[in-house]
Design a binder for this molecule. Sequence first.
Ligand code: ADP
Ligand code: MG
Length: 258
Amino acid sequence: MSDPFISIHLDHKTFPSAAGPVRALSKIDLDVEEGGFVVLIGPSGCGKSTLLRIIAGLDLDYAGAVSVGGKRIDGPSPERGFVFQEPRLFPWLTVERNISAGFSPAQPDVRRKIDDLIRLVRLEGFEKSYPKQLSGGMAQRTAIARALYRDPTTLLLDEPFSALDAFTRAHLQNALLEAWLKHGTTTVLVTHDIDEAVTLARRIVVMDARPGSIRAVIPVDLEYPRRRVSPEFEATRYSVLRELETAYGAKEEVRHVA
Ligand code: ADP
Ligand code: MG
């Protein structure tokens, strides 16, 4: 493999608290190849969001070295698109202006890019709608298109579909997969949904809690689009489940994520 695109060597990440520093992450070594698709999965509170924020450059206060494209991260950058659990759209901007971050759709190059992205996330006809007129799934599609608008080298998504119903979720997973296959954007997605992880990831990183660390890295060498009803899918699903059961330390709790 060539040099990793995202290189994470984290000794630890602590948060201050009244009772002293709390260690949220410990000894994380993870590389993501250019154009890769890595999914982070693990118990709630194991530091998934913290790790994603560090890669985004939203948190620089850690011990270790994290670089993207050979450069140490020193802050947020439009090269790294971020999609949150909720869409966080500007309510006073239309769908197309949310996507173009306010740039005027009257400019031909802006128009072309907006139209491409609208097609990609299948929002044709809603260009001039306002966020309050959209369903949750449509709003989240807008947020994904907005993250892709600046041609990011890296796309970071923190449980982007978890508030959506199963049908919408499957639809958005397909849209994301299409975008990834088309643009080759290096992608890191956080989820607590095992099926989502196996549907999307080239590699699944299972995390342990307290302090957050990597428990297992499971490669998924299945062709896209993946058929959920296949022995290979089921076998991968089971490997992830087994690691998660140990990470949770109790089979009961795993039912919530399965
Ligand atoms: P996850 O996304 O896996 O659920 P988080 O990354 O949100 O986990 O949190 C990891 C740990 O760090 C948790 O114990 C959480 O309470 C703590 N933590 C996260 N953000 C902060 C913060 N801003 N201040 C203090 N503690 C935090
Ligand atoms: Mg989180």
